[in-house]
Design a protein around this ligand. Sequence first.
Ligand SMILES: *Cc1c(COP(=O)(O)O)cnc(C)c1O
Length: 395
Amino acid sequence: MIYADNAATTKMSDAAIDAMTDCMRNTYGNPSSLYEVGQRAKEVLEDARDEIIKAIGADNFREIIFTSGGSEADNQALRTAAEIGRAAGKMHIISSAFEHHAILHTLNKLEKEGFEVTYLDVHEDGLVRSEEVEAAIRPDTCLVTIMYANNEIGTIQPIREIGAICRAKGVLFHTDAVQAIGHIPVNVKDDNIDMLSASAHKFHGPKGTGFLYVRKGIKISNLIEGGAQERGKRAGTENVPGIRATAVALKDAIAHMEENDKIIRAKRDRLIAGLKEIPHSAINGDENKRLPGNVNFCFEGIEGESLLLLLDDKGIQASSGSACTSGSLDPSHVLLAIGRVHDVAHGSLRLSIDETISDEDVEYIINAVKEVVTYLRSFSPIWRDLVAGKKEFIL
Ligand SMILES: *Cc1c(COP(=O)(O)O)cnc(C)c1O
């Protein structure tokens, strides 16, 4: 089996599993309890927080809130900005059309509550332009939220420039960095970030754990009421084993980032070169300004879902841009945002690899995709029309 869906989730690292099970066995106390095993759990929690602060270039323990993952962190960041905005009479938010649904669905809710949202265009290269962010900022703008790297096409946004613009204009800047953290260098200070969301299961940590960074001085709104955990900003007994494993996984990912980057990038580029040989195919998003492990292609005349099923038969676990899991036939909002037409967007394939994939696996994937695309085209009515000239090729 070849696992090539690391953008959906990653396998936990051995170090993270060991840290987690050790914590479950030995530091099982409630961090709010005053006796010894509780206080040891509290220490584990605060050590993990310190590690994470260091890992992202933050400087104060108050700046990290542990959450149940990226979605919760996104929700809390947007709520925080919205409440600050509402109090100041600023009800305008800037985002982009290809954000994760944790952002887009929260923005839809905020729109129903009276906020106005500008969704910036994403260009054909999968990038938002910082000049366009600047031009969209108004006196009543309370927040800019743009993802660090896109989860489908992997394109890395000009976060530092956008952050600098927001800082200069006095507008809060949030970034969903779930795909970036642990994979490419991220530093909240250098990147001028006010709020950042992260999720452990995207960097070889456990599922159901993540964190939100909020720069010192910003008043955080809480989504979950209850006890005084996380300084009253996120109630509920802390997921101590998960949090410990998160810190270990992140430290590990950062310690090996440079060497892994080289390995993964080389394999990614071989995959891209191999898949480009398929006629009427195209890579989605800029070829270079993308995550080291992301490959995303469209193949004209086929359905991504069928492609995935046949690849699964060949032992390859990948993903398509289309929302097939939700039973919806709508193509990916990300591919539509970069200007792919419906027919083309339907025939997409995302491969997201990590450093454990071998050269043989890469060659196997290339050959398997070539074979399956050819096979699917052999009985595709759309392909027949394209070949017969009844329809024009787009790719
Ligand atoms: C996976 C992902 C999320 C959601 O994170 P969860 O921890 O699964 O809630 C949010 N944003 C992006 C960009 C993601 O890739």
